[in-house]
Design a protein. Structure first.
Length: 117
């Protein structure tokens, strides 16, 4: 089992920045990748970004490219999502996720990000 704990959400104005953190615990040796999804009100959960734990390869949804950056701290088993130039359409609950070597996907409890115009 892998447990994920997010932090860092909040209310900001358009154009401002936020950094989300996600700390993994438990069987972290099984983690293959970590990343973020988000779910806006009335919409389906969507992929935002992911980072491969061994290669550090990063992938982003088109709307996040150039504004969001995912990074990791291996020693702390933590991933970060730096979000710059935030827009009202980035408003959502952001979920940290980890995929294990047995293809099981784990989820955090989510953290609210609200961007006012």
């Amino acid at each position: 089992q892998v447990q994920l704990m997010e932090s860092g959400g909040g209310l900001v104005q358009a154009g401002e920045s936020l950094r989300l953190s996600c700390a993994a615990s438990g069987r972290t040796d099984r983690i293959v990748s970590m990343g973020w999804f988000r779910q806006a009100p009335g919409k389906e959960r969507e992929f935002v970004t992911t980072i491969n734990w061994s290669s550090a390869s990063e992938y982003y949804v088109d709307s996040a490219k150039g504004r969001f950056t995912i990074s990791r701290d291996d020693a702390k088993n933590t991933v970060y999502l730096q979000m710059n130039s935030l827009k009202p359409e980035d408003t959502a609950v952001y979920y940290c996720t980890a995929r294990a070597s047995d293809y099981v996907r784990y989820w955090g409890q989510g953290t609210q990000v609200t961007v006012s115009s």
